[in-house]
Structure formats: structure tokens, C-alpha cells
Ligand binder design. Sequence first.
Ligand code: GTP
Length: 158
Amino acid sequence: MYEFKDFYRNTVQLSFDDHPFSQAPKHVWVICRYQNQWLLTNHQDRGYEFPGGKVEPFENAEEAALREVKEETGAAVKKLTYIGQYKVLGREKVIIKNIYFAEIDKIEKQETYYETKGPVLLNSLPGDIAKNRKYSFIMKDSVLQISLEKLKKDGMIE
Ligand code: GTP
């Protein structure tokens, strides 16, 4: 298990075990890959981030992952793989998120992208995300870097 502080100095625990913190987490985060590019969304308040959000009462975490990717980017997922889970010990509450890797099939224009400005495709992720104001705070802690290393190690990305 990894432990570190996030952008707001909250403690984060990260693990690539099988659902170490909760069998039914209430949040999901989806690292998306489309034709050798990263697919992110541009959140209206937070900025660039991989899509994700809350699991609604009528769905499970995988369904939430597919729905959030579609809503925030217009993308259809070809293959969704569970990677791990992280827990944020916030001031007011504790949140637990599943991390997924998604291979994207196609991206279709949407009528609305909900609270985001829609899809953002990037050839590479910049090295200065931690201090880049365009990027969301959820991209600014070690969850991103350690997850990318895990994906590389498992041969899911180059
Ligand atoms: P509402 O219930 O709609 O009010 O949402 P909320 O504003 O309380 O946010 P949410 O429940 O999604 O998250 C609560 C807090 O957890 C946020 O204010 C963040 O500090 C923290 N948080 C949420 N997602 C992440 C994440 O991916 N990474 C990190 N480091 N913190 C997160």
C-alpha cells in the first residue's frame, strides 16, 4: 500500500489489490486511452482530469465508470480494466475510488457534457501537472504517477 498527501494535504492511501478498502466504493476514476492518446475531460471548475465521478444508487462501480466516461467525453469504452483503489481521508469525509483503465472505441459528440467542457485528447501528459493551473487537483497527487507506472509494468501502456 502507498500513502501520501494530496494537493489539499489530505492523506491518500492507494493499493492495487482487489478492492482493498471497499467492495462497493461510491466513486470511480477512469484512465482513458484512445488511439495512442490520453482522453481527459475539461471540468468547468477543476480543469483537465481523467473522467470519473460518483456511483449512483441504481448502478455498480463499473456501470458508473462507463457512464461517466460517456457523459464527460462522449467516448464509448471497448475494454474496462480494474486497476486499484484509493482512499482519501478528507476533513469532512472519507471517499473511496476505484481506478480503471479504459480502452476507447469511439468518441461521439454529445448534446451536453454535464459539468465539463467535454473531451480533451493529449499525445502526452505534461511533466508539470502538479503546478499547472490547467489541471485538476485530482491529477496532482501520486495516484496518477503510481497508476501510470503500474499500467506500464502490466504492459497495458507503453
Ligand atoms: P457533494 O457530495 O456533491 O457535495 O460532493 P463533494 O463536494 O463533497 O465532493 P466529493 O464527495 O466528490 O469529495 C469530497 C472531497 O474528497 C473533495 O472535496 C476532495 O477534497 C476529496 N476528493 C474527491 N475526489 C478526490 C480525488 O480523486 N483525489 C483526491 N485527492 N481527493 C478527492
